[in-house]
Design a protein around this ligand. Structure first.
Ligand code: IVH
Length: 665
């Protein structure tokens, strides 16, 4: 009896896998859904009666439920590199020219493929069976998510053909339709909606319960095959082989013999991308001959025989109503565009930075112009160009003033920078900026001292510097707009509490140019007190590990300035901590209370490990950069988040600096 059951189980598994393949890979099912379900039901019954006979490629095993905890890290046998990418045709021509130089006289055949916007996945098969699914991770090691990979129905559990051992790489993605269905359901359950198919696919692959992953209906395209012994001469042949093995391979691939062919393919798909049932963000071009690929090799980050040509980020046009100037706490004057509000990549945009005067002049941006805005991912929108044909006749080039729009002092151009600065350190705009910085969470953390209140305190001359905050009259605060007795009392309490902030916070709060939270900590550690630091010469400061000449000069100049000395005296009188006794306090961790974003790939840690490291150093990690972010740790290939951090003037650390900060260097 059991022999018979065994045979039937084998037969059912074979049949059901065949039906799945026809349905999910070929899209040409040969049985009805009812018939499929009936066979599946029979198999489930037999398996539960004979649990010792369950086969490793049984379709019932696509949804296991035995996974708990986070995923184990697995080192990739061959690193999962990323691709160099560009948006420009000129780079495409240069890519081809480089390959011609490096392979002189040889014919170059390319294979152009669609760059499906999903997440990379590596699949390992042994003796024809799927044994492992691993995410890209940091490229060197990824997370093993085999039970989740099994839920993807177009991934064969058993190869259709013999192959001892092989690794398949490809892209997990969600079709637009499946993505919409997920969001529709979430809407009904009043759950927050997902932003896009790519992120949803990435998140789904990492869910702890494979049953939930199965519900997401993820899809897969294979785009690379690795076997111990090379079996083909061309990449295109290995894609054909992948199809024979039972994988879905994108059928829109095309052999290209010239850059013209590639450009044509690129334009075609840029135009037609919306017609596809899934999202693509560009094309991938690969040298087709594997021998040529091998000779070109790879850099640490990417193969030298392949390139991604992306489609441009989303762009829209709108009217630039007015150019206004913002004066920051260090006096830098930044032109900002006020725009006719417009929807771009999912949010309404009404302001965009114009960076600096040079940029304004180079792009010849004028009030009244129609401008082209661009935003990719979570990058702050920027004005990429002006539509000159739409320019009103009376539009004049923007006249960058020679004096500060706030205090009328002279504006000067920094020798070494493109920045234009207001030279008056007493400028109200600078003062407001300094006070906001002083009160910010990583500095003195004075809750309730927001923009509107700072503006009023400065405008009504209740304070002239940060030192005055501690002697401000509570009765006067009560009288301010939108203030009352309770809010004034709360502010007083917050001020009182801030006096307990450690010395390095105070040093950071002073807003010395080039002194971020990390530098402040280094200086506080080294000199121990404001007195020690003030007595140090520029050379003494520069001699401290990690402190460069510009920082040293800036610190020295700040502390020897009479006005600053007066502020520091007020702070001392108020009882702030100007010595580093906190160093000896037990339990204080380097990232206590800080919000950290890790972006790009790091060599010491995988993404998950880096996040763990942040947490054990007392910090919290978030995935997107905002004004609340304290530190951005930027690894290799950090992209939009790094840009945003620069935009928001958030402290940026490279991997080494981060390692030192948390004490693991
Ligand atoms: S080949 C050595 N082909 O794009 C790089 N990648 O940075 C091998 N991608 O996350 C990648 N479609 O997963 C290749 N047809 C395609 C692709 C593709 C999407 C993804 C890949 C990786 C990123 C490249």
């Amino acid at each position: 009896m059991s022999e018979k059951a065994s045979k039937r189980i084998e037969q059912l598994v074979r049949e059901l896998n065949e039906h799945s393949y026809r349905y999910y890979v070929l899209g040409t099912p040969t049985v009805s859904d009812e018939e499929f379900d009936r066979l599946m039901g029979e198999l489930e019954e037999l398996e539960s009666a004979h649990p010792d006979r369950v086969l490793p490629d049984s379709p019932t095993r696509r949804v296991g439920s035995d996974l708990s905890g986070s995923f184990p890290a697995v080192r990739h046998e061959v690193p999962m590199l990323s691709l160099d990418n560009t948006y420009s045709e000129a780079d495409l021509v240069e890519f081809d020219a480089r390959l011609q130089r490096e392979l002189p006289g040889e014919a170059l055949d390319y294979l152009a493929e669609l760059k499906v916007d999903g997440v990379a996945l590596s699949l390992t098969y042994e003796n024809g069976l799927l044994v492992r699914g691993v995410t890209r991770g940091d490229g060197v090691q990824g997370e093993e998510i085999t039970p989740n990979a099994r839920t993807i129905r177009s991934i064969p559990l058993r190869l259709r053909g013999s192959e001892d051992r092989c690794e398949i790489r490809g892209e997990v993605y969600l079709t637009r339709e499946d993505f919409d269905a997920i969001n529709k359901e979430r809407e009904q359950r009043e759950e927050p909606l997902f932003a896009n198919p790519r992120n949803t696919a990435a998140g789904s692959l990492k869910m702890q319960d494979p049953r939930l992953v199965a519900d997401r209906n993820l899809s897969f395209f294979a785009h690379g095959l690795m076997t111990p012994q090379p079996q083909h001469d061309r990449h295109s042949e290995s894609l054909d082989r992948l199809e024979q093995l039972g994988f879905p391979v994108n059928s829109e691939r095309r052999r290209c013999g010239s850059t013209d062919d590639i450009v044509a393919y690129w334009h075609e798909w840029d135009r037609d991308r919306e017609s596809l049932p899934y999202e693509i963000d560009g094309i991938v071009v690969k040298l087709d001959a594997l021998a040529q690929q091998a000779r070109l090799g790879a850099t640490a980050k990417s193969p030298r025989w392949a390139f991604a040509f992306k489609f441009s980020a989303e762009r829209v046009r709108t009217r630039l109503l007015k150019i206004v100037l913002q004066v920051g706490r260090t006096g830098v004057v930044t032109p900002v565009a006020e725009l006719d509000p417009v929807l771009l990549a999912g949010s309404t945009v009404s302001r965009a930075t114009l960076h600096n005067a040079e940029e304004l002049e180079r792009k010849d941006i004028r009030e009244g112009d129609t401008v082209v805005l661009e935003k990719g991912g979570d990058v702050i929108p920027k004005v990429v160009a002006v539509v000159e044909s739409d320019r009103p006749q009376d539009a004049r080039p923007f006249d960058f003033p020679e004096t500060c729009p706030v205090c009328d002092a002279n504006l000067v151009k920094d020798e070494s920078e493109v920045a234009i600065r207001c030279v008056n350190s007493g400028c109200a705009a600078q003062l407001k900026g300094r006070i906001r910085h002083f009160a910010s969470r990583t500095a003195m953390d004075i809750e309730g001292l927001g923009h509107a209140l700072v503006d009023q305190l400065v405008d009504r001359k209740l304070i002239g510097d940060a030192g005055d905050l501690y002697s401000v009259d509570e009765k006067k605060v009560v009288e301010l707009e939108r203030m009352a007795e309770t809010s004034a009392r709360n502010l007083m309490n917050a001020l009182e509490r801030s006096k307990a902030q450690p010395f390095h916070n105070v040093l950071f709060a002073l807003g010395i140019r080039h002194v971020g939270a990390t530098v402040a900590r280094t200086l506080a550690d080294h000199f121990g007190s404001i007195k020690g630091l003030r007595e140090a010469s520029v050379e003494d400061i520069e001699a401290v590990h990690e402190i460069g000449g510009a920082i040293a000069a800036s610190v020295h100049a700040f502390l020897t300035d009479e006005n600053n000395a007066a502020v520091i005296e007020k702070l001392r009188d108020a009882g702030l901590t100007l010595e580093g006794e906190e160093q000896t306090k037990a339990g204080s961790k380097p990232l206590d209370g800080m919000i950290v974003v890790v972006t790009g790939s790091l060599s010491r840690w995988g993404r998950q490990q880096a996040q763990d490291a942040v947490r054990s150093a007392g910090g919290k990690t978030t995935s997107s950069v905002s004004r609340k972010t304290d530190i951005v740790v930027a690894g290799e290939n950090a992209g939009s988040k790094l840009e945003k951090a620069k935009e928001l003037e958030i402290e940026i650390l490279d991997e080494d600096a981060f390692a030192r900060l948390i004490g693991v260097a």
